[in-house]
Design a protein around this ligand. Structure first.
Ligand code: HEC
Length: 186
């Protein structure tokens, strides 16, 4: 009895811990979501970008977004493989380390989700439709963004994708790649 209680208690604790660790991370669910700074400057966030929730007052949440900046563009990695935000003039990024910066501001809560998989449902469907005609769907997190750029090049011809479809799919693939936006255990 005591042992059972102990097991239950520790799993409850673990669960609590797990929820807490993840509670502060959310993902942009709507393309071009506006991040408004205190001074009302605007940055636009791309789909699936992870944000760290600092404060939640119901309708709006205060968040931070980390990345690597080049002019008015914010990228997810130092090698600038994936654009995650564009800043309007005046939006100030805070320097975090040598090259990494942080954006801070407010977002409407409705444009965020806790489940990154939810963000990519439509993309995933299109991926399966286009990329399983000749072979099984390749596991996206098995390759880095750079590897995917090379792998994707001939395949977009094979799948007869137009420019817009290619961009749509490649953004999905990169976001979910090994070093993409979605953190997985692969
Ligand atoms: C018309 C058939 C066809 C379609 C459609 C197609 N592929 Fe392929 N794919 C191939 C063939 C054939 C190969 C193996 C030969 C090669 O590497 O060129 C391959 C190989 C690959 C590989 C390399 C596997 C490895 O581990 O080396 C990846 C990754 C891949 N495809 C991804 C995709 C993606 C993503 C799409 C959708 C955009 C796609 N493919 C659509 C025919 C296709």
């Amino acid at each position: 009895m005591y042992k059972l209680l102990k097991t239950l208690l520790s799993s409850a604790l673990l669960l609590g811990l797990f929820v807490q660790v993840n509670a502060n991370e959310m993902y942009v669910f709507v393309s071009n979501t506006e991040l408004k700074s205190k001074g009302r400057e605007i940055a636009k966030l791309f789909l699936g970008v992870p944000v760290h929730v600092v404060k939640d007052d119901g309708k709006n949440v205060k968040v931070t977004v980390k990345g690597y900046i080049d002019g008015l563009n914010l990228y997810s990695t130092e090698k600038k493989k994936l654009l995650i935000a564009t800043l309007f003039k005046g939006f100030k990024a805070t320097k975090k380390s040598e090259n990494e910066v942080e954006l801070s501001g407010y977002i409407e809560k409705g444009s965020l989700t806790k489940e990154s998989a939810e963000v990519w449902e439509e993309h995933e469907e299109f991926y399966y439709e286009m990329c399983t005609q000749c072979h099984a769907a390749p596991k996206i997190p098995h390759h880095s963004m750079t590897e995917w750029e090379a792998l994707f090049e001939p395949m977009k011809g094979f799948a007869k994708l137009d420019a817009e479809e290619s961009e749509y799919l490649l953004r999905y693939i990169k976001s979910n790649a090994l070093n993409g936006l979605v953190k997985t255990n692969h």
